[in-house]
Design a protein around this ligand. Structure first.
Ligand code: ATP
Ligand code: MG
Length: 441
């Protein structure tokens, strides 16, 4: 394991001034795993004031002074330097507002959440008090100390645990897993923004299927609307799983895209409330697309997700069952209404959804979704006209041939429709001629 150049200089500089300093947390973990490295976090015996004094000739940012963190730019790397600390009193199972600085690394490592996140490295020695390296080798996520107490202190750790289990594809050690389930109700005290961040990272991890299936009660604590999907039998030949299992499989098999995976997690959420059985005993879910989209929007708003994600997810869920064997012209109309990004992601949603169907149907659905994606891409890459903006005529051109008022708008729409369907080429003279001929005089 090796420190980055910036971290090496930073740690050496602190050591030269008589302070202890170590790389900690995600950097050490990801380094040992051989994963690509992101930011280095450093923990030190120097107080924030001492750190500022040591690095007075460096560029520093006072990012989290009240938590003891100073960001130092060392050889171009922004490194968060945090004073050894323990967390102060926990109120309401939330992150503490106060922290207490301590003098030993051991105490600092004790407050960390999981053994694999609680190792330190000074450039030569690995400080591993809780068997983090062994857990890393065995792909095990284990709380530091008494898991129940640790989740009581800060319930966010429960979701961090699910996130790491998914992203690292680790098993959660049984005692830790049990405490997570038992303490999940405390998540009500954790901020929705933090919950949303962890859920999003979890959704994008390799182990998402296992996590969503093994810890469904925790998932239902933060997204109660999903619970009814669990055990909801679909009674149709198209499905071999209940709604929740189908949902989970669709997420896990889909592209690692935030909107695609959020849309898939919520795409059938109102199937249970839309269920009906026909005379032959076959299940139907009429209207579940629009209703699920609405519920998804409520959930994402509750999580204070950004508007772009909310809009995308709404459209993707609303459209998730549309037929893809439609004409090129109709695909252009969808492009005009929803935009290129949404339609490309819709194809990815349909691949995930399709592949999670009964195996007799899965590959055909995937094939159709990919064909749809190909058409969408070829329309976009070919620069084909599908919006009024792309049209070779504008309102003034129509005025020029005698259109006025409201007629101009309908005339332009008519022209777009003709071009989209390939009935007229997107060429000014040809379009105007066609409109002139069509216009009752
Ligand atoms: P990543 O940066 O990839 O999200 P990370 O492990 O570096 O992963 P951070 O949120 O950056 O996670 O936190 C850095 C370290 O701080 C963690 O590795 C862990 O040791 C500790 N930590 C972070 N949040 C908590 C928490 N809620 N409870 C206890 N320790 C925590
Ligand atoms: Mg980090």
């Amino acid at each position: 394991m090796e420190l980055t150049k910036g971290a090496k200089l930073l740690i050496k500089t602190l050591n030269d001034h008589g302070y202890e300093a170590y790389a900690v947390g995600g950097f050490v973990r990801d380094n040992l795993l051989g994963n690509p490295l992101f930011d280095v976090d450093v923990t030190t015996s120097a107080t924030p004031e001492q750190t500022l004094e040591v690095f007075k000739d460096f560029k520093v940012y006072l990012t989290g002074l009240k938590h003891g963190t100073v960001t130092v730019n060392s050889l171009g790397e922004n490194i968060e330097v945090t004073t050894f600390r323990v967390d102060g009193d926990y109120k309401d199972n939330r992150h503490p507002n106060t922290v207490k600085f301590v003098s030993s690394l051991n105490d600092d490592l004790l407050r960390r959440d999981f053994t694999v996140n609680a190792m330190a490295f000074d450039g030569e020695n690995l400080i591993d008090l809780f068997g983090g390296k062994e857990d890393l080798e065995n792909k095990i996520l284990r709380a530091v100390g008494n898991p129940s107490k640790r989740f009581e202190e800060d319930a966010l750790r429960i979701l961090r645990g699910l996130r790491f289990a998914s992203v690292l594809d680790f098993e959660i050690e049984p005692e830790t897993a049990k405490a997570m389930q038992e303490k999940a109700h405390l998540l009500k005290n954790v901020s929705v923004e933090r919950i949303f961040i962890e859920l999003t990272k979890m959704l994008l991890g390799k182990g998402v299927e296992r996590v969503l299936l093994s810890f469904k009660d925790i998932i239902f604590t933060v997204i109660p609307e999903l619970k009814a999907c669990d055990g909801c039998d679909q009674n149709t030949k198209f499905h071999s799983f209940d709604v929740y299992e189908h949902t989970v499989k669709s997420v896990a098999i889909s592209s690692k895209d935030k909107a695609v995976r959020w849309a898939l997690l919520l795409h059938d959420i109102e199937k249970p409330s839309c269920y009906s059985v026909d005379a032959r005993g076959i299940g139907h879910f009429y209207g579940h697309q629009a209703k699920s989209a609405k519920t998804a929007v409520q959930i994402l708003k509750r999580f204070k997700a950004d508007n772009k994600l909310i809009k995308l997810t709404n459209d993707l869920i609303y459209l998730h069952d549309i037929k893809t064997e439609i004409s090129r012209g109709d695909i252009k109309r969808l492009l005009n209404n929803y935009g290129a990004e949404t339609l490309k992601k819709l194809a990815l949603v349909k691949v995930g959804d399709g592949l999670a169907h009964a195996k007799e149907y899965a590959f055909e659905r995937e094939r159709l979704a990919l064909e749809f994606l190909n058409t969408v891409n070829s329309i976009i890459d070919g620069g084909e006209c599908y919006t009024l903006k792309d049209l070779a005529v504008n309102g003034n051109d129509l005025k020029g041939i005698g259109y006025f008022g409201q007629e101009i708008k309908t005339g332009l729409e008519r022209a777009l429709s003709l071009v989209i369907d390939g009935k007229v080429e997107n060429e000014k003279g040809l379009i105007l001629e066609r409109l002139k001929n069509e216009r009752p005089s």
